[in-house]
Design a protein around this ligand. Structure first.
Ligand code: PBG
Length: 330
């Protein structure tokens, strides 16, 4: 049906005349239900160390993590995304600390589970924070190996599930990782543990502050042989299709802001729940400008997150989650 809109019969401004009309006609918005809050767990006791370039985000030892989780629960945020940050001395070539039952991620999951049965615990599943070379897979002769890495990812997934995670989130961009993890979980009886796949994860400069935080900067080379080229959009659809075929329950596009078109494409093409990761560099830029008094932080953050929803994301992983939850409930 083709309708020719004509002025003055149609006046769009009638729909903007007062706050309650705007409220009624609003198409998209952010709700606390959409938010996932990232947490960084570290060894020690009483540790609460602010991450440079991520003001308001901390490395927390497990005891402090429990307090933070209580705050997340108070704000009614449904889920956290947990990153384990092991001591540098525990890193090795194979990232074996990543699947240690007594590793930092596994202990942190158990501690969070003690605080709440209901909170959805999502664990980032990757080797880069645990390998001495800082890559997301096993390395031989300067190459990041794919198939050899898959078995390890399965082991990490099982260790997270045993600790009490609800969802594992593989972020290493190895081909076949979702299938390998699904099989490993199923073989160990974890058929109800879901997979949120970093399906279209770009090789992005927006991860800079996070890599400082996770001490996961590659010691040689970069991640361009496994993370996606920022110039590509159609390739993201193939990545997402593969991950859904392999058993992903939720797919993700990451980063969010420079990739809104990719979020929209994936949302239109697939019926799967879609998450977008509002990454560390995106957060840091907002915080820096706000600290200078150059922007209205609250308005900017809500506009950014609304934009991500409008693009088609169902869920948003964001370091702003706590402040947004506070603003939404105020
Ligand atoms: C680990 C991982 C990264 C992020 C999430 N998981 C960094 C990377 O791939 O280098 C980035 C998160 C952020 O920047 O907020 N593979």
């Amino acid at each position: 049906m083709e309708i020719k809109l004509k002025f003055p019969q149609y006046r769009p401004r009638r729909g903007r005349a007062k706050a309650n009309i705007r409220r009624m006609l609003r198409e998209n918005g952010v709700q606390v239900d959409d938010l996932i809050y990232p947490l960084f767990a570290t060894d020690g006791h009483g540790v609460e160390e602010e991450i440079p370039a991520m003001p308001g985000v901390y490395h927390l030892s497990v005891d402090r993590l429990k307090d933070e989780v209580q705050e997340v629960l108070n704000l009614d945020i449904p889920a956290v995304l947990l990153f384990g940050v092991p001591e540098p001395a525990k890193k090795d070539e194979r990232g074996s600390e990543a699947y240690n039952r007594e590793g930092i991620a596994q202990r942190a999951v158990r501690a969070i589970r003690e605080v709440s049965e209901d909170l959805v615990i999502i664990t980032d599943l990757c080797l880069c924070g645990y390998t001495s070379h800082g890559h997301c897979g096993l390395v031989r002769d300067g190459q990041v190996l794919n198939d050899e890495t898959l078995e390890l990812l399965g082991r990490i997934a099982v260790s997270h599930a045993e600790a009490g995670a609800d969802i594992v989130a593989p972020s290493g961009m190895m081909d076949g990782m979702v299938g390998a993890i699904r099989s490993a979980l199923d073989e160990h009886g974890f058929t109800n543990i879901a997979i949120m796949s970093y399906a279209a994860k770009y090789s992005s400069s927006f991860y800079g502050p996070f890599r400082e935080a996770a001490h996961s900067t590659p010691q040689f080379g970069d991640r361009r042989s496994y993370q996606m080229d920022p110039a590509n959009a159609r390739e993201a659809l193939r990545e997402v299709a593969l991950d859904i075929e392999e058993g992903a329950d939720i797919v993700m596009v990451k980063p969010a802001l420079a990739y809104m078109d990719v979020i929209r494409l994936v949302a239109e093409r697939f019926d799967h729940p879609l998450a977008a990761y509002n990454v560390s560099g995106e957060y840091g830029m907002v915080k820096a400008a706000a600290a200078q008094g150059w922007i209205d932080e609250r308005a900017i953050v809500l506009e950014i997150l609304t934009g991500i929803k409008r693009a088609g994301a169902d869920l948003i992983i964001t370091y702003h989650a706590q402040e947004v939850a506070r603003w939404l409930s105020a």
